[in-house]
Design a protein around this ligand. Structure first.
Ligand SMILES: Cc1cc2nc3c(=O)[nH]c(=O)nc-3n(C[C@H](O)[C@H](O)[C@H](O)COP(=O)(O)O)c2cc1C
Length: 469
């Protein structure tokens, strides 16, 4: 019999029954139970054929792989709603348990306590990221981005590892589900545009627990972006300055990758114009991207707010913006499925310009707004001014952007009287920041810079924080 696990969970062997009991409360993390059965040789059919090995077990256990002739399975049991009494959440009966009781108990106890000895189980992965961060931050930011994603891609390619990481990172709870613009999001935390410009890492982002991912900004033609260096970290400020300039492999390549996108992940397509396209012909670029990605994304984002494409932000002015949105809505009306369209705006707009946005969004009938993109402001930074100046132009993101982007969200929400959904992004580095955006009127949130400074466990921390309040 196994008892006294460090959270309110017990795993018991009763005769030939394996029972998992829980004292449920909202703070309890997902239980990850490992069961090692064997050794029965390499033949998994031995288990599958066993008459007494209830179908529930094989069904409930998400993944399994062989390890030195043993069969290692793990199951994931998300927290339930609060109850007073300990509750049996799973019970299985099998004559195999008699033989494998010790292996089951030992493995369950060891790994369970590793993951769950703290109320905030992401503690371990945060510490791990803290240890790795000085090494990662020694690399040039663009290289670090590429290498860490390559590493994650390799890890996920090992059988079972992707599922194991997902079991750890993804928080699954009814309390997190949210419907926005007719789409059902498993949780409200998304990856902001710019991180996965070419839709290369959708599977990996699902593993990290994101409820949705926005790819792009995608342009019609592939383009290299601005000369390097063009990406700078501001560790003292938890900030980033970038002037990437829409480096991406173009709409055709993105569409081809999206056709292999993983199921169960909401994907948005953030679209823009090529640098060589003059503003007078910008509409055509947006329409081309819109049509190229239409069948393979769940929503669209019209990006007119990047500071790194000359002249782009002029498209935020009332008349060109109205024309652009109306054109895209007309294109959409030719389709049988209506994909929601969001407009992504800059944090540097005046209140008058924000009033125009409120009017335009409603007049055009688009779904809502993403607030905000990066800022051209350099106010309130701890990083010495000459160092910041040396980095040069570009958009500032991360913690220094947080309060301004919340201000914009609140203003839009109040002025529109909540008439349309807002996706809040800018400076989210923890659950409190996300909650602040939601309290200001956002329906969903996105992160980018916080992920670089806090590590991938940020997504889980935010989701857990939103459940516990
Ligand atoms: C390196 C980098 C590249 C970005 N590229 C894009 C982009 O291509 N399109 C876009 O709409 N936003 C882009 N963004 C802006 C982010 O999507 C987000 O709006 C902004 O960084 C604020 O969020 P954060 O403070 O969580 O980073 C980029 C941000 C960074 C840091």
């Amino acid at each position: 019999m196994l008892d006294n696990l460090p959270v309110n969970t017990t795993v018991k062997m009763l005769g030939n029954e394996l029972e998992v009991c829980r004292n449920d409360n909202h703070q309890e993390p997902t239980v990850i139970l490992f069961v090692q059965i064997g050794p029965f040789g390499e033949d998994r059919r031995f288990i599958e054929k066993s008459r007494d090995f209830g179908p529930t077990l094989l069904h409930s256990f998400k993944s399994g792989f062989n390890e030195k002739g043993r069969h290692l399975f793990f199951g994931e049991f998300p927290p339930l709603h609060p109850t007073k009494k300990p509750k049996v959440v799973h019970r299985w009966e099998s004559n195999l348990f008699d033989e494998c009781m010790l292996a089951v108990g030992g493995r369950a106890c060891a790994i369970h306590s590793f993951f769950n000895s703290q109320p905030d189980e992401s503690h371990y992965f945060r510490s791990m990221y803290k240890t790795l961060k000085p090494l990662i931050f020694r690399l040039q930011p663009e290289k670090a981005h590429e290498w860490t994603m390559t590493l994650l891609t390799f890890a996920c390619a090992i059988p079972g590892v992707g599922a194991l990481l997902r079991a750890f990172y993804a928080v699954q709870s009814d309390a997190l589900e949210v419907e926005v613009a007719g789409l059902k999001f498993p949780n409200p935390v998304g990856l902001a545009a710019g991180f996965d410009k070419d839709a290369r890492w959708l599977k990996q982002m699902r593993v990290l627990g994101f409820g949705f991912v926005e790819i792009g900004t995608v342009t019609p033609l592939p383009q290299d972006g601005n000369p390097k260096p063009r990406l700078f970290r501001l560790p003292d400020d938890k900030g980033i300055i970038n002037r990437m300039g829409f480096n991406n492999s173009g709409m055709a390549a993105a569409a081809a990758r999206l056709r292999r996108r993983p199921p169960g992940l909401i994907v948005g397509g953030n679209i823009g114009k090529n640098k060589i396209t003059p503003n007078e012909r910008a509409e055509s670029d947006y329409v081309q991207c819109f049509n190229a990605l239409y069948d393979d994304v769940d929503y669209f984002v019209v990006n007119v707010s990047s500071p790194n494409t000359p002249g782009l932000r002029e498209l935020q002015e009332k008349e060109p913006l109205q024309r652009l949105l109306e054109t895209l809505m007309r294109e959409r009306s030719k389709r049988s499925i209506e994909r929601p369209i969001f407009l992504k705006i800059a944090p540097d707009l005046t209140n008058n310009q924000l009033d125009d946005i409120v009017e335009l969004v409603q007049a055009a009938g688009i779904a809502g707004v993403i607030a905000t993109n990066t800022t051209i402001s350099r106010k309130g930074l701890k990083t010495p001014a000459e160092k910041v100046e040396h980095m040069g132009g570009g958009g500032l993101s991360g913690a220094p952007l947080g309060s301004r982007s919340t201000e914009v969200i609140r203003y839009l929400h109040e002025q529109s009287k909540g008439a349309f959904p807002i996706i809040g992004v800018g400076g989210i580095c923890g659950p409190e920041d996300a909650q602040e955006k939601l309290d200001a009127g956002a329906s969903l949130v996105q992160v980018y810079s916080g992920l670089i400074h806090e590590g991938p466990a940020l997504v889980k921390r935010i989701n857990q924080g939103l459940i516990t309040g």
